[in-house]
Design a protein around this ligand. Structure first.
Ligand code: NAP
Length: 283
């Protein structure tokens, strides 16, 4: 893979660029974006070797689309329009159904592989990109059978080499499960942050009194609204379902408190401690 194009050189696009370049020093990483300043920053940080435009994509061996999921739905058909017969296009969007649907009848559908690397941080932009982000993490691949076998193999080699485990799932199942383990966590973190900020008007008090429990639970509330709003919009039905179940659990907890049923509260927490065994091995 000589010519690699990254559309959206932020946290995920930039981190992929670092790891892929490390394993393939001969590769030339081209950056494409809507803002010249972002691309200049990516150049200065050496995430990319050159700036490029969509018109250059016929030269690409690999295109990584790493922009917010609504922008991906708009741009992906145009990217496929411009790709050569041997070019591979992957996206890294956190939702999969709308993205897979928008290209389902595209003449170059077999050049596209839909993926979601389950790795990230709460930071964004080129300066957030870090090497080794994907080591030991899962890459969910959707509708693999719709991609040319030769390009599937290339992609799987590339992503296995940067340390990822590959897991296959259909887009519907991906969006349903990810609503629970990722989208709900972000909403609960944002709303926890909001509740504390509204109540504790004195920011110094929050800083002084909030222990690491608060800091770790509210970490995701630092995430980019520009990236998360389109995710919630695309996965609205599943996210609402998770919210209803979560709100039911919160209401039950409040009712147990009101009823002084601390034995039931103890048991709720004891049963949930099982999460330790489930998450054992995830850092
Ligand atoms: P990010 O750090 O904000 O990077 C996004 C990049 O896209 C930036 O270079 C941004 O540059 C550009 N961009 C933003 N809006 C755009 C638009 N409308 N059209 C074209 N370019 C645009 O975000 P990220 O965390 O890397 O997320 C990128 C993708 O990865 C998203 O699809 C997200 O769902 C997915 N993902 C994220 C995580 C995570 O934890 N963050 C994990 C897995 C997958 P400018 O704003 O300067 O144009």
């Amino acid at each position: 893979m000589k010519n690699i194009y990254v559309i959206g050189v932020g946290l995920i696009g930039g981190s992929l660029a670092i790891d892929i370049k490390k394993n393939n020093p001969e590769a030339v990483i081209h950056g494409i974006g809507r803002n010249e300043n972002t691309l200049d920053e990516a150049l200065a940080l050496k995430l990319i070797d050159k700036k490029a435009t969509l018109e250059d994509l016929d030269q690409a061996d690999l295109v990584i689309v790493s922009i917010p999921v609504d922008a991906t739905v708009n741009l992906l058909p145009k990217v496929l329009d411009n790709i050569s017969d041997n070019g591979l296009v992957v996206d890294v969007g956190s939702t999969k159904l709308d993205i897979c649907k928008v290209v389902e009848n595209h003449p170059k559908r077999r050049n596209f592989l839909a993926m979601h690397p389950i790795a990230g941080t709460e930071y964004s932009g080129p300066s957030a990109a870090i090497g080794g982000l994907f080591v030991g993490k899962t890459n969910i691949v959707c509708e693999v059978e719709k991609t040319t076998f030769k390009l599937q193999e290339k992609a799987l080699k590339l992503f296995t080499e940067i340390g990822m485990r590959i897991r296959y799932m259909n887009p519907e199942a991906h969006d349903k499960h990810i609503a629970y383990v990722s989208h709900l966590s972000h909403i609960s973190s944002f709303m926890l942050g909001k509740t504390v900020i509204e109540k504790e008007k004195n920011e110094r008090d929050i800083f002084d009194m909030a222990g690491s429990g608060f800091a770790s639970t509210v970490r995701l509330a630092k995430s980019s609204p520009e990236m998360w709003t389109p995710i919630f919009k695309q996965n609205k039905t599943n996210v609402i379902e998770t919210l209803e179940e979560y709100i039911n659990n919160l209401t039950r907890f409040k009712d147990l408190m009101k009823g002084d049923d601390f034995e039931a509260i103890f048991n709720e927490m004891k049963q949930t401690n099982h999460i330790k065994e489930i998450l054992n091995g995830i850092n």
